[in-house]
Design a protein around this ligand. Structure first.
Ligand code: UD1
Length: 419
């Protein structure tokens, strides 16, 4: 699928099952390396980042079988410790493998992930935490990082910022370290909680997950386990945004509404009716959403991953609002594309000021990144005529099949592989 075509202005109506979470599944796959045995993950999304992680694990000597949404990882045969550069470029979050490799093999090698379209993405907090645990890290020329640790040792780690990836990396390294590790200033995202639940199911001893202080008592060995990846709260949030922009009603099955932090309340304040059920969340929306102003924040604040879809909702709102991006500095790439659809957006540094208008106009646009691409699909649902979104491969990194899902909700959407 390289192009998506959307015929806008059809209200949505329907029910879909939300795919498994990308940001939960990736560190869980990394966690499998910690155990010299078999780990089974259910409800794994069939997305590009997952396939990339499978390729990395296979390259490093693991056995991976991916049938439907069930992924079996056998890590008995881990045989390499250097992650090839091409994988680091393809998926920056591969940095989260450093901790597990160190724990399992005593050494690891990778590359600086470098910048990307949403910001510079440094890894200083990852390296700080791993060094505190006793890792010697050599930063060589050509962006290469070589890490070595005879034995990781529990310690106190204080993060000045609750980085999701750094918290995961250090957690994974600490699980089999000697003694107790206390992580202060830890990220509180639901994906960290899921990872800790999974690790505890493998025999780890972690407490405090979901709070800013996580304590890990090192254990000598883990055991075979099976775990279900939770529903993807960002995918669910994207589809809630779709209903906000296009109007209509939808039920999203397989998502814990609580994980969406304040997003359902925010949408309710903009005019939606929200129904929280045990097995999912329902939304109905009539008319244009009221404008709001907000800023992105680490969990439980408004997620940066929903900032671009939210830009699309504000673009069709009945007033003027602002979004301030505090997590990633360069994340307004979708704005330029939305403007081609008639959106009225002014970017000033980290702030986007949006004046709503309805409808937008169908146009030819390019998906700038994963969430920015999804935001264009949201906007296209509220645009007159046809929108063609090119460069859709970005969207496949995180959405299993956005066309299938939106079609199930009644959208006029189709994909074209030939471009
Ligand atoms: C994860 C998510 C991503 C989400 C982000 C924030 C995965 C695979 N990705 O990314 O979808 O947008 O959390 O919720 O789970 N930072 C540093 N030094 C570091 C690490 C991070 O300065 O060592 C900065 C980053 O540049 C950024 C901020 O901290 O400005 C947040 O980054 P972080 O929480 O680490 O995000 P990721 O783990 O990369």
């Amino acid at each position: 699928m390289s192009t998506i075509q959307i015929e806008g202005l059809r209200p949505l109506r329907g029910e879909i099952a939300v795919q498994g979470s990308k940001n939960a599944a990736l560190p869980m796959m990394a966690a499998a390396i910690l155990h010299k045995g078999v780990t089974v993950l259910e409800h794994v999304p069939r997305i590009r980042d997952v396939f990339c992680m499978i390729d990395i694990l296979k390259t490093m000597g693991c056995r991976c079988e991916f049938e439907g949404h069930r992924l079996t990882i056998g890590a008995q045969t881990l045989s390499r410790i250097a992650i090839p550069r091409s994988y680091v470029t393809a998926m920056r979050s591969s940095i989260v493998l450093l901790g597990p490799f160190l724990s399992r093999c005593g050494e690891a090698a990778t590359y600086y992930p470098g910048g990307c379209s949403i910001g510079s993405r440094p890894i200083d907090l990852h390296l700080y935490g791993l060094r505190k645990l006793g890792t010697e890290i050599e930063e060589r020329g050509d962006d290469k990082i070589a890490a070595r640790a005879e034995r990781l040792k529990g310690c106190e780690i204080v993060f000045p910022y609750p980085s999701v990836g750094a918290t995961e990396n250090v957690l994974l390294a600490a699980v089999r370290a000697e003694g107790t590790t206390v992580i202060r200033g830890a990220a509180r995202e639901p994906e960290i909680e899921s990872l800790c639940r999974m690790l505890n199911g493998m025999g780890a001893r972690i407490r405090g997950q979901g709070t800013g202080t996580i304590t890990v008592e090192g254990v000598d060995a883990l055991h075979d386990s099976e775990f279900r990846v939770p529903g993807d709260r960002i995918v669910a949030g994207t589809y809630l945004a779709a209903v906000m922009a296009a109007g209509g009603r939808a039920f999203l099955r397989g998502i814990e509404a609580d994980q969406l932090a304040g997003v359902p309340e925010l949408f309710a304040g903009m005019g939606a009716r929200i129904r929280r059920e045990e097995d999912g969340i329902g939304i109905s929306m009539e008319g244009r959403p009221a404008a709001v102003s907000l800023e992105t924040r680490p969990y439980p604040g408004f997620p940066t991953d929903l900032q671009s879809p939210m830009l699309s909702v504000l673009a069709v709102s009945s007033g003027s609002g602002q979004i301030r991006e505090t997590v990633f500095e360069g994340r307004f790439a979708a704005a330029e594309e939305l403007k081609k659809m008639g959106a009225q957006i002014e970017i000033d540094g980290r702030t986007a000021a949006v004046r709503g208008r309805y409808p937008l106009e169908g146009a030819e646009v390019d998906a700038p990144d994963l969430r920015g691409g999804a935001a264009l699909a949201v906007a296209a649902l509220a645009a007159a005529g046809e929108t063609r979104i090119r460069e859709c491969s970005h969207i496949l990194r995180g959405y299993e099949d956005i066309c299938r899902d939106l079609r199930l909700l009644g959208a006029g959407i189709r994909s074209n592989t030939s471009g």
